[in-house]
Each structure stands twice: as C-alpha cells, then as structure tokens.
Design a protein around this ligand. Structure first.
Ligand code: HEC
Ligand code: HEC
Length: 375
C-alpha cells in the first residue's frame, strides 16, 4: 500500500471515531437487537386465491391440498407465523431466523450453495425455495417429512441450524409482550405452546402462493406479450424434445416423487435412500419447482450450477448414467438406462432460459405481506 493511501486510511479512521464519540449515534455502538414489530392494524389477507387457469387444470385438481382440518387458514394465525419466521429469537443464539436461510427476494431460498446456522454451522445441502408448498406431499430434498406441521419444528431444533430446545423457546416467547397479543389474536388465549408455533409457521408457509408470473398471464391471454425467444422456449419446454415438463409438471412445475436426473455416476449424497433405506431411492431428490427459478441460484441439492444456462447445458449434453437414472431421460425409457442427449442448439438453450425467466412472480418476491415485519 502506498504511503498516501496509508495516511488517508488512518485519517478516515480517526475522523470516524471522533464523529462516533460526539453524537453517540447507534451505528457506532455494537448492534443491539431491538425487535420493533410493524404490523398492519387489520391483518393482511392470506386466504387462498388460485387463479381460474390453475383451478381449472385437471392436473392441478389431482394434487393433494395438504391443509389439515385442525389448522384451517386464518389471517391472524398466518400473521403470527410470519412474525415467527422472521424472528431470530427462535434460535438459541438469537441471531438466526428461518428467514436467515430463506430470503423472500430469492423465492425464500438462499443465494449461495450452502447456508449458515448458529455458531458458524454450514448446511450440507442447498436451502430450498418455499413456493406453493400447500400442494406438496413431502418435504426436504430427500422427502423425509410428510407434514408441514412436523417439518417446521425440525430447523428450530436442529443443533446447527437454530439449536433451540422447544420447551425453553416456549418459555422465552411467553415472556415477550408482542407474542402475548399475537398468540391471543390467533388462538384466543395468550398461551404459547409447541403446537401453536407449529400451526402458525406452517400456515405462513402454506400462504406462500405464487401463481402470478408472466407465464400465468400468458395462459390467460394466449401468450400475446411473449417475445419470439420466450415462445420458442415455451414450446421446447413442453415438447417431447426437451422433456422438462415430464418431471417439472405444470402447474407447480415440480413432481411429488423424488427422481434421479443424472448429475453424477456415483451419488455423493444418497438422497431419498437416507429416508427410506431402499436401494432404488439412492441418488433420488425432490423435483424442485421451477416457479421463480431465475432468482433461486445456485441450482440442485448441492448448488453445483451457478446459472440456468449451465443447468440447461447439463441436461443437453451431460446427463450421467446412474443406477436409478429416471426413465424419462433414458434412451430406452428404462430406469438406469442410457442417458439421452437432447441435441439442443445454442439458440434452443437460450430460448429455454428465456422461457424459464417468465416463471418469475414479482408480486410474490416483493409483497409486503410475506416480508420482514421487524424493523
Ligand atoms: C441454517 C439455514 C436454515 C434455517 C435456519 C432454516 N432452513 Fe429451511 N432449509 C434449509 C436447507 C438447507 C433446506 C434443505 C435441507 C434438506 O433437504 O436436507 C431447507 C428446507 C426447508 C423446507 C423444505 C422445502 C421443500 O420444498 O421441501 C422448508 C419447508 C423449510 N426449510 C422451512 C424452514 C422454516 C419454517 C425454518 C424456521 C423454523 C427454516 N426452514 C429454517 C436451510 C435452513
Ligand atoms: C427425469 C426428470 C427431470 C427432467 C426430465 C428434468 N428435470 Fe430438472 N430436475 C429434476 C430433479 C430430480 C432435480 C433435482 C436434482 C438434484 O438436486 O439432485 C432437478 C433440478 C432442476 C433445476 C434446479 C432447481 C433448483 O431449485 O435447484 C432446474 C433449474 C431444472 N431442473 C430445470 C430443468 C429443465 C430446464 C429441464 C428440461 C431441459 C429439466 N429440468 C428436466 C428432474 C428432472
């Protein structure tokens, strides 16, 4: 470093510390968590709103709505769930919330391969987007959980993710005035308990509907505002050539079963096998939704691909043989068969990517009702 730069650096440091001593502004102190909540007087409306083209789709009608009869959507319960989702006090070190690994602008995924829990713990899989979970049968990359009400308690108690003990957490939340009013509004009494925490968090997750992308508008208006590239990409996506829709099935652009898509010959992460112990489940993972996919990089369970171009190129030329390679991407349409070569041109690849971008739902990614209520 040159002398001039060094002297300048010292000067700036001195100036900064003098300014700090003078006005004692907050930014000079260690950050103190204040947990100031900002909620609308009337709760936001989180009730189910599914547009006609989705509701009317026979494929959608086949999906299971996983809302249980003892946890019916209610705006006050969902509001409580939103607050809990963003509250770092759910972790034992008070610095990790669900939202620390699930960012709204990334469709509630995390913009890096792995995410960080408490005390520097790093997850061994990529954080997942949280989109339209109300119609998912099973959760996590290996599909090991069946009910959202059970799933939401897993990260809270995970020793590395949030590290909390549920009984102590219940006691801690019961001491906080904001929560007394929120639990009261949601459940009729201020009592905090595990079941109420689980119910409200899962209601918030169920309320994360995303059906307002340019694709959805296109279904309604015959894709009149699609560019030529986007139209060509859409046609490819749904063609027997690219095969994408065989597994990323509309309207959720996902599947309810786990599959192997040929990322590697020998699975490093055994996937669904870890949950079931079945040989035929080795290397099989949840087929993730492609809604909002342009903002959820990096891609795959281990975040190995940084861009959508890389992903499409992988399907085009690089699918690996695997004992459980899904029959939809084999030459013989046989599990574990020879990987297909899609034979897409460079233009096809970029058209497909252009189409994938139309699955973004900007309202979902920015809506205040899903945003951080603490300021
Ligand atoms: C330290 C980071 C981290 C924290 C904190 C965290 N998650 Fe996650 N979340 C992940 C990762 C990583 C996965 C994928 C894990 C796997 O498949 O093994 C995941 C998966 C999920 C899934 C499954 C989605 C699907 O499509 O199957 C849900 C739901 C979820 N998280 C909700 C939550 C909630 C609710 C909280 C807070 C109570 C939370 N997460 C806290 C990192 C985190
Ligand atoms: C045989 C079923 C199948 C087909 C066909 C298929 N996929 Fe996938 N896709 C999967 C599975 C399974 C995963 C998750 C794999 C993993 O992480 O181990 C995945 C993951 C992805 C991801 C990463 C998602 C994320 O959240 O990380 C993208 C993007 C994607 N696929 C796009 C496509 C496109 C585009 C096509 C068509 C060219 C396609 N897929 C065809 C099964 C399939």
């Amino acid at each position: 470093m040159s002398n001039v730069k060094w002297v300048l650096g010292v000067l700036i440091l001195i100036l900064f510390s003098v300014r700090c001593k003078k006005d004692q502004s907050e930014s000079c102190n260690q950050p103190v968590e204040t947990y100031s909540l900002e909620l609308p007087t009337e709760p936001f409306d989180y009730s189910l709103s599914v547009p006609d083209h989705i509701q009317g789709d026979p494929l959608f009608a086949l999906l299971l709505d996983n809302q249980p009869s003892d946890n019916i959507q209610d705006n006050d319960v969902t509001t409580l769930g939103r607050v809990l989702f963003y509250d770092t006090r759910l972790s034992t070190t008070n610095d990790v919330a669900c939202a620390s690994c699930h960012f709204q602008e990334n469709a509630f995924s995390f913009p890096s391969e792995f995410s960080e829990g408490i005390d520097g713990f790093v997850t061994d899989r990529s954080s997942m987007a949280l989109v339209n979970l109300r119609w998912n049968r099973r959760f996590f990359w290996d599909l090991r959980e069946n009910r959202l009400e059970d799933q939401v308690l897993v990260p809270i108690q995970h020793p590395g993710e949030m590290g909390s003990d549920l009984a102590s957490l219940v006691d801690e939340l019961a001491e906080i005035d904001d929560y007394s009013s929120l639990f009261d509004a949601a459940f009729g009494t201020a009592e905090v308990n595990e079941e109420r925490i689980a119910k409200s968090l899962s209601q918030f997750l169920r309320a994360l509907y995303s059906f307002d992308s340019r694709y959805d508008q296109g279904v309604e208006n015959d894709f009149s505002d699609y560019s030529e590239e986007e139209l060509a990409g859409k046609n490819l996506f749904f063609s027997g050539v690219a095969r994408c829709n065989n597994c990323h099935t509309p309207q959720l652009f996902s599947s309810s079963s786990a599959m192997n898509n040929g990322l590697e010959i020998e699975s490093i992460d055994l996937g669904q096998y870890l949950a079931t112990g079945e040989e035929t489940d080795i290397g099989e993972f949840k087929v993730p939704t492609l809604r909002n996919i342009a903002v959820t990089a990096p891609y795959m369970h281990d975040g190995r691909f940084q861009t959508l171009e890389e992903v499409v190129q992988f399907y085009n030329t690089d699918i690996q043989p695997h004992q459980n390679l899904n029959d939809r991407i084999t030459e013989e349409t046989m599990m574990g068969g020879t990987p297909v070569q899609l034979g897409l041109s460079e233009e096809d690849v970029s058209n497909l990517v252009a189409f994938l971008h139309t699955l973004n739902d900007d309202e979902f990614l920015t809506s205040e009702k899903f945003s951080n209520p603490f300021n």
